[in-house]
Structures are given as C-alpha cells and as structure tokens.
Design a protein around this ligand. Structure first.
Ligand SMILES: C[S@@+](CC[C@H](N)C(=O)[O-])C[C@H]1O[C@@H](n2cnc3c(N)ncnc32)[C@H](O)[C@@H]1O
Length: 268
C-alpha cells in the first residue's frame, strides 16, 4: 500500500542487551523524538533508563500475566501501539535486543501498520545472538549456525545439521505449549535431551549462555554435558548453545564437478 497517512508512524527499535551500552544513534533518535514510546523491558532499571530518554513512556509489561497465553498479551501490545499511530502520533516501540529477533510483537505491529497505510519500520539492535558470538568466541561462518525456538524444535521434526552450531532460544520455557508459563521443569528438559540425543552423545558439552545486561556484569556462561541439562537450573533469559558433534563431511561429487569446471576454465 503506498497511500501513507500524513501523520502517524510506528518505528520499533532495539535497545540492545546491555543497559546504556548498545543503543544505536538511530534507535536513540527515534526514542527521543517519538511523541510516545511503548517499552517492553522485564527490568525496571532498563525501563527507567528508556523512560528518561522519552517525552512520554508507556510500559507494555502489564500485558504479561502468568497463567494466560502470552499471545493475548502480545495482541494487546500490538493494538495499543497501533491505536496511537492510528490517532496520528509518532510512535516508537522499544524492545530489548534486536526488535526483529524472536520477537513477534514488533514484526506483527509493523505488518498491520503498513497494511493500514501507516508508515512503519524496524530499527535493528544488538541481539543475544550478537553477544554470544563475542562472548563465546564463535563465528557462525566457521561451520554454519542454526537457530530454533526450543519448543518449536521439540514439536516438529527438523532436519538440522549436527556438524554446525545449534542455538536454541527460550530453553527456559521449553515444552510449554500453553504459552502461559514463565518456566518449565526438568521433565520438559529431559524430553529435549532425549530428542537431542538422537544426534549428540550424552557427554557432549553444551552451554547455557546469558549475556550481561548491566555494565560491570559478566556474561553467565555455564558449560555442562547434554546429559546434565535436564537437572540444570535454567533461567528465562538463558540461550542454549550446542557446538558441532562431528566434522563437516566433504561432498566428493560436487568437489569433482567444481574441479572439472576449473579445468575447463569456466568462469560460470
Ligand atoms: C523473546 S526472545 C527475545 C530475543 C531478543 N529480541 C534478542 O534480540 O536477543 C527471548 C529469548 O532471548 C534469549 N535471551 C534473552 N535475554 C538474553 C540474555 N541476556 N542472554 C542470552 N540470551 C538471552 C533467550 O533465549 C530468551 O528466552
């Protein structure tokens, strides 16, 4: 749709993982210039920091209720931001990390706004993924990297590659089909371990990773065996990182064909 409404707009920004340390100049500009900033931060300190940068700040936290599907809260967040944009306001949605990484609300709000002819876009931020590459010294280019939401990983048959990195998000609520819990237990994690053991040995080293969110804080990095994962303490903010279990397997046929192309002097 090209017929943009004159006034209202929605920009969803990421504030990064680290309080005060990851905010890009573009995200800061949107927060400072919006007529209203809707913020989704679980930490009160982060909320107050963004509030201080804002002309007017509204917390989206009241939309969360334990025991009720998060989707109901998410729907409320999307519609609250859109109502302000529909009323002609310059609206900013501020989300920790990257607003487009494992984040349904910003994507859905942008989709609906655009469908209604309201100018809308995402501004990228530093995500947990970015931090884990830095803190764990991993490069997704070394052997490839796959990311899945942990419960979705359980619920569907996936063809993933144990010769590449595997990153499972929301492992603290793995197996919660109700979307209403803030944590799940060792029984659900045991099921995850069972599924992973189809491709990884029980003594395979995996990492429960939590990026620092406050200056002077260190990243929380816990290496343990896959077999010990079920009984480990897992936080809602932990991400599970599983290094490759086997080396890359060369594809002899494709290598031969590439060699033949080189010999024929084909530049493609
Ligand atoms: C709804 S997603 C939000 C991700 C966020 N948009 C981002 O860019 O990182 C929540 C999940 O992100 C990951 N996460 C959140 N905070 C984290 C942290 N401090 N360190 C590592 N992973 C984190 C966890 O897997 C958590 O379950």
């Amino acid at each position: 749709m090209t017929d943009h409404k004159d006034a209202g707009q929605l920009v969803c920004v990421g504030t990064g993982m680290l309080l005060g340390g990851h905010l890009t100049p573009r995200a800061r500009h949107e927060i400072e210039h919006a007529e209203v900033v809707y913020g989704n931060f679980s930490d009160g300190l982060v909320e107050r920091w963004v509030e201080e940068l804002s002309k007017r700040f509204v917390s989206l936290q009241p939309h969360y209720q334990e025991g009720r599907s998060r989707m109901i809260g998410y729907e409320g967040m999307v519609e609250e931001m859109l109502a302000a944009a529909r009323a002609g306001q310059r609206v900013c949605g501020a989300f920790y990390g990257h607003p487009g990484v494992f984040a349904w609300v910003p994507h859905e709000a942008i989709r609906r706004a655009r469908a209604e002819g309201i100018r809308a876009r995402l501004e990228p931020g530093v995500s947990a993924e970015d931090c884990l590459y830095a803190d764990l010294g991993l490069d997704p280019g070394d052997c490839g990297c796959q990311h899945y939401e942990a419960t979705q990983f359980l619920l569907y048959q996936r063809r993933f590659d144990p010769a590449a990195l595997l990153v499972l998000w929301q492992v603290g609520v793995v197996g919660d089909r109700s979307l209403a819990r803030f944590s799940t237990g060792s029984a659900q994690r045991a099921l995850l371990v069972e599924v992973l053991q189809r491709d990884y040995p029980a003594d395979h080293r995996v990492c429960l990773y939590r990026a620092a969110t406050f200056p002077l804080e260190q990243a929380n990095i816990r290496w343990l065996t896959l077999g010990d994962l079920a009984d480990a303490e897992v936080d809602l903010a932990d991400t599970l990182v599983i290094p490759p279990a086997r080396p890359l397997t060369p594809d002899a046929e494709i290598r031969d064909r590439l060699k033949a192309l080189e010999a024929a002097g084909s530049a493609g």
